[in-house]
Design a protein around this ligand. Structure first.
Ligand SMILES: Nc1ncnc2c1ncn2[C@@H]1O[C@H](COP(=O)(O)OP(=O)(O)OP(=O)(O)O)[C@@H](O)[C@H]1O
Ligand SMILES: [Mg+2]
Length: 229
């Protein structure tokens, strides 16, 4: 369970998040929507422990992220949670293959099974021919798919994705959403995804709508609670 309790964040005196509270259950698929500048990326980075709230708390399984040691934070980032930044954050000096395996290596989890899983994901998202390329030579959509695979590689129990299909054509968007849907249903992975697309948001159990740093409303996408599969 991931919980935000009345979190606030300001930049240069401007309040970007205003007392936001949100709970995400294990295995849930949540979409976050809202206009540009409403605070979605800030919220995700607070949930992922990449930013600290000015007030309020972010709890992972009841533990305040602010109290995490360096080691616990590292474990969160390399074992429990996969995170896809809006700007991808690929390591410029590493080729695609090394980018994909980096968190797994850092988390001490590089096994034949993981390599096979990454190869399978690369086939699925059509990244296999790009393994030796450096990030600067990739298109936006290719970089985005590499960032998604990197976040999924070590099979984290939670993935947090900031506009994961923003740079993709509709065929690739379909493939990414099928993949996210599958790991959510089959592996019970918790998925939290920001999107501007109603079509992408519709994959979620719940849509959280943000406006001007506040949660406007939450909608149960699958109203009868009967999640297929
Ligand atoms: N590091 C920063 N320094 C100063 N202001 C920031 C910083 N990061 C974000 N902001 C401001 O906070 C507000 C919310 O930004 P945020 O990136 O969370 O929006 P968003 O909802 O993700 O928008 P988009 O849909 O365009 O990605 C914006 O007004 C932005 O200018
Ligand atoms: Mg954003």
């Amino acid at each position: 369970m991931i919980k935000a309790e009345r979190i606030e964040k300001s930049y240069n005196g401007e309040r970007v998040l205003k007392s936001v509270s949100l709970s995400i259950r294990d295995g849930e698929f949540v979409s976050v929507m809202g206009e540009s500048g409403s605070g979605k990326s800030t919220l995700l980075q607070l949930l992922g422990g990449f930013l600290s709230p000015d007030a309020g708390r972010v709890l992972w399984d009841g533990q305040d992220v602010a109290s995490f040691s360096e080691r616990a934070l590292a474990a969160l980032r390399c074992e429990r949670m996969g995170f896809v930044f809006q700007s991808y954050q690929l390591i410029p000096t590493l080729n695609v293959k090394d980018n994909l395996l980096l968190p797994t290596v850092l988390g001490g989890r590089l096994s034949e099974e993981t390599k096979k899983y990454v190869e399978m994901l690369c086939e699925e998202l059509e990244i296999t021919p790009l393994m030796k390329k450096l990030p600067e030579t990739l298109s936006g959509g290719q970089s985005q798919r590499v960032a998604i695979i990197r976040a999924l590689a070590y099979r984290p129990s939670t993935v947090i994705l900031d506009e994961p299909t923003g740079a993709l054509d509709s065929r690739m968007e379909g493939k990414v959403m099928a993949l996210l849907s599958r790991i959510n249903k089959r592996d019970k992975t918790t998925v939290i995804a920001v999107t501007h697309s109603e079509r992408v948001a519709a994959f979620a159990d719940r849509i959280v709508r943000i406006s001007d740093g506040e949660i406007l409303r939450e909608e149960n996408e699958k109203a009868n609670g009967a999640k297929g599969g």
